[in-house]
Write a protein that binds this ligand. Sequence first.
Ligand code: ADP
Ligand code: MG
Length: 685
Amino acid sequence: MSIPVTQLKGVGARTAEQLARLDIYTVDDLLFHLPMRYEDRTQVVPIRFLQTGQLGLIEGRIESVEVKQGKKRILSCRLSDATGIVALRFFHFYPNQVKKLQQRPLLRCFGEVKEGYQCLEMVHPTYELIEEVQESELLKDHLTPIYPSVSNFNQTQWHSVMKQALLIELPELLPEKLLLHLKLPNLNQALKIVHQPLPSERLTEIDPSTHPARRRIAFEELLAQHLSLRALHQHSQQHTAPIFEPENDLVQRFMQQLSFDLTKAQQKVIDEMTTNLHQAKPMQRLLQGDVGSGKTVVAALIALQAIAAGYQVAIMAPTELLAEQHKNTFAEWFEPLGLKVTWLTGSLTQKKRRNALEDLILGITHIAVGTHALFQDDVKFDKLGLVIIDEQHRFGVHQRLALRDKGKQGDMYPHQLIMTATPIPRTLAMTAYADLDVSVIDELPPGRTPVQTAVVSDAKRDHVIQRVHASCKQGKQAYWVCPLIEESESLQLQAAEDTAQHLTERLSDLKVGLVHGRMSSKDKELVMQQFKNAELDLLVATTVIEVGVNVPNASVMVIENAERLGLAQLHQLRGRVGRGAVESYCLLLYQAPLSKIAQERLGTIRDSTDGFFIAQKDLEIRGPGEVLGTRQTGVLNLKVADLEKDKGLFAEIPQAGQWMLEHYPEQCEQLIQRWIKKGFRYGVV
Ligand code: ADP
Ligand code: MG
C-alpha cells in the first residue's frame, strides 16, 4: 500500500495540490521525483581556491559594507578568510539586512563565482550568519539535490519532504537475482543515493542519469511500462473478436484485377496477420513498412477478409488529404467488386454526413474511410470487425485503447491494424509497443529508381530555382516544401505563401500551386487534383504532404530548412518522389552554417534511402524521443527513465519481463500498480 503525501509533516492540502501538479500523490511518487542536478555544499572552499563559473561554499568575516546610491541601489560587501577576499553584491535588500552585515559577522555563503573588478565576486549568494544558525542550511553532509519544481514550492520544502519520505522504506519488487545480474543496487539504497548522495558519488561531476542508482530506478520504471503493456495485451486476448476467412472469392477477384504481384514481404506480413485473424481474439498489430513499401494493398487484402466474413472495416488517416487519397484508392479497388466505400470527415455537409452515418449503421457500408471523425460519439457501425489506422505511430497506448473500445460491440472487439512508415528498432518497440505484435515489410516493390539527393546551401537558391525550372520544362513535376520552422502555424503559412509568390514571379512560364494546412479540405483536394492531373508544374507545400500522398509523375523535391527536420520526416517527405519510373531527385536546402550533427544527419539522408538504416542513425544521433515522436505527444508517460539516455536498458527489458512474469507474477502486478497511473491502467481505460 502506498502512503499519501498528506501523511508527511508540513504537507497540507495546499502543498498536496502543488505536488499533484507534478503527478505526485503518494510517498512512492515523491521518491520517484528525482533531482535534476546536485550542488556540493559539503565542504567550505578556501577563497583562494575558488574558480569562476563554479558554485562554491565559503566562510569568512565581513570586512566592509557599502550601499551605492544611484538609479539602482547596490549593496556591496567584502568578505575575507585567511586566504583571500570576495565581493558580495545584492540588488534587492532590506535595511535590516544592511544593519546586520555592518556588524561584521562571520558569514557562510553559497553562490556562483564570477570575475569581478578587483577580486572574484558572488551575486546574490545564499548566506547565513554563523552565530545565528542552529542547523546549517548551507553546510551539508551530503550533496544538495535540486528538484524540478512548480512555482511556490521551493528547494527547502523539497528537502524537508524528501527527508521524511526517505525514512519510509519502499518494498523491493525486483528479485535479488535480477539485480545481481544487472549489477544494480536495491531500491532503497538507490533512492538514498539519488536523494542524499555522499560527495564520493561524484554526482556533481558526472551526468546524474548515468549513475547506477538512477539507472536502477529507470530500469524499474521501464520494466513496469513493459509489463503493463503486456498485461494489456493479455487482457485484450480474453475478449472475443470476429473470425475472418483468409481464402475467399473477394480476395481472389481483387488479386485478379490488381496490376502487380505482391512482394514476398507483403505476402509474409499478410500471412502473419491471417494467423491472428482466424482466431477469435482481437488482433493488435503494428505494421511497419518504409514509405512506398506498399502498406495500402496489404490493408486492402486484410479488409477484404473482414468484409467477406460479413464485417465492416474502418480506415483512419491522420489528415484529410491522406484520408482522401485512401478513399480514392479504395473506391478504385473496391467499387468494381460491388463494395460500398463511405467517406467520413469533419468537413462533410450536414446532409452528406447524415447519409454516411445511415449507411454505416444500416450496414450498407463495407468500408468507411476518414479522419478522426470516424470515431466521434455519434458514429455507429452495424458490425465493425476491423479498424485500420494509417501513419499514426504517434499514438499513445491510451489512444489506441480508446479507439479499440469505440468499436466494441457486446463482448466483441474489432481487430486493430496500425500502420507506420517510421521504422522502430526492435528493442524500442518491445518497450514502447509491448502490447502490439509487430510485422515488418522489409522490401520495396521492384522497379523503383532511388532518389538522388543533394545537400545545398540556401545561398545557392537561384541555382536551385533554375534547376527546378529546367526539370519542369522537361515535363517533370516538382514539390517545393516549406516545413514548419516557426512555432506558429500562421508564420509557417506566411513563409509558404511568400515562397509561392516569389516562385510564381520568377518562373512565370510555369504553373505554380500552393497547398497548406489551413486550406479547406475541398480546396486542398482541388489543388492536389490539379497537381495529379499535371495541370500544375510546381507545388509549394507545407508539411501537409508529409505522408502518404501519391503523385507518380512528381520527381523533383526541394525541402527548405532541411537541417531543422527529423531524419524520419525528411525520409518520408522524400518518399513523395521516386514513385514512378523516371529518375528523381531531392534537394535539401539548409541555412549555413551547419553544425557537425546537422552535417552528419543530412549526410545520412543524402547517402541512404533505406528507412530502417536512417531511423537507426536518427536513433543514434538524436535518440528515440525523436524517432518515436515522443517529444510531441508522449507515447510513453515516463517519470524517471529517459528514452534517450536509458536506451542501453531496453535490450534487457523484454527478457527480464518474461522471467518476472514466469517466476514473480505478484511483483509484476505490484510494479504496474506502483508506476502506471490509474488512467493508463488496463481495465480502467
Ligand atoms: P506506403 O507503404 O508508403 O503506404 P503505398 O501503399 O502508397 O505505400 O504504395 C506505394 C505505391 O506502390 C502505390 O502506387 C502502390 O500501388 C504500389 N505498390 C504496392 N505494392 C506493390 C507491388 N507489390 N508491386 C508494385 N507496386 C506496388
Ligand atoms: Mg501509405
